[in-house]
Write a protein that binds this ligand. Sequence first.
Ligand code: 5AD
Ligand code: SF4
Length: 444
Amino acid sequence: MTARQPRTIPQPKTFHVTSFGCQMNVYDGERMAELLSAEGMTAVGEREAADLVVLNTCHIREKATEKVYSDIGRLRRDDGTNPLIAVAGCVAQAEGAEIMARAPQVRVVVGPQAYHRLPAMVASAALGGRETETDMPAEAKFAALPKRRVSTPAAFLTIQEGCDKFCTYCVVPYTRGAEIARPYADLVDEALALVDGGAREITLLGQNVNAWAGEDPAGGAIGLAGLAAELAKIPDLARIRYTTSHPADMDDALIAAHGENPKLMPFLHLPVQSGNDRVLRAMNRSHSADSYLKIIERARSARPDLAVSGDFIVGFPGETEAEFADTLSLIDAVGYAQAYSFKYSPRPGTPAATMDGQVPPEVMDDRLKRLQAHLDRDQLAFNQASVGRRCTVLIERRGRQPGQWLGKSPWLQSVHCTDDLALGSLVEMDLIDAGPKSLTGRRV
Ligand code: 5AD
Ligand code: SF4
């Protein structure tokens, strides 16, 4: 017999937040930590030592979702009790009621647009309640979050959330809701606070980051390129990135910005998912293989050293061997510097989940392996072609070896070096060696 969790427990003094999934979840996790710290709680590095554990979950693929339940089980302590468990993020949004039913030890379920209420929900859960909040949209949340004080050298800033595109495989429109853009003035304020706190690089985040639209102080309509131009005026901010983009929102101004804004890094993450037009139509992607390739071509003529990254799904329902081969051809045509690739995972409630022609797992495994062989080949080639380049590296953290630092090149490659450097510095380096995942740099 294990001891049962008492109904009421002391108000938690320590907490741990674990974030899964995309960078927007990482951003949300940081904001939750700031909220809890503002309430006087202390962040601890180990889940085992925390009175409150927040699992900030991802719903994008089945595997990510299953992880929540196994993680909840693993939080049980040796004496049979549990910490106060809060499930946040996209699984909370999509399956809140199911989590509450399946896991009685979970006391709080809070969706990605409602986590500004987390401290109040935790307080009342400690008094014996079970709290669920999955309201949308996000405007109230951003207004309620505390001002940012500290930052990492490379910081995230969510500028846009949600999605109106409804790709047929994707849960995001259901978990994060409709597209909303945060107001220009709030974003400039938050960027200034991040830079004050030590950030030298800011990655602008959104599920459709390039759909961001706003008004500048003069009331003029601006898009992502205009926002990046404004942020580039912050003197101590050296680098601007953005992710993740949709081909349909790659407007002329943004493409041109890659050639005009020197702080905008030469890197473009532009998911394509498939290289076959029938599959792209079935996915409800509003582009063809050809229109995608044209965007890449134009972006490369604006910025010749642009590194391109993408997302791919293999085994979408009905995908034939010949259609899959079109994806391999597209990969060969682009030459990706890096990429993410996934087996199609049917998500409940999405149109593709009930389409005919679901592809057997062994076929998906085989296609993923072949696809990744092409991507790995190109990533290594890109890294090897970087050897001999001189560039700035932003030092982001300590490496695993003694005396080693880890930084990022302008092309988002990890760079190791052993020079005597300072965290957060931008260092001029020669890239002297390359592997599949990282490079070695030496200070000039
Ligand atoms: N199955 C597999 N991969 C998916 N993605 C999104 N939904 C699914 C799904 N149902 C991938 C896409 C997207 C990335 C974030 O995750 O490639 O760009
Ligand atoms: Fe996962 Fe999508 Fe939610 Fe990010 S927005 S955590 S990728 S489901």
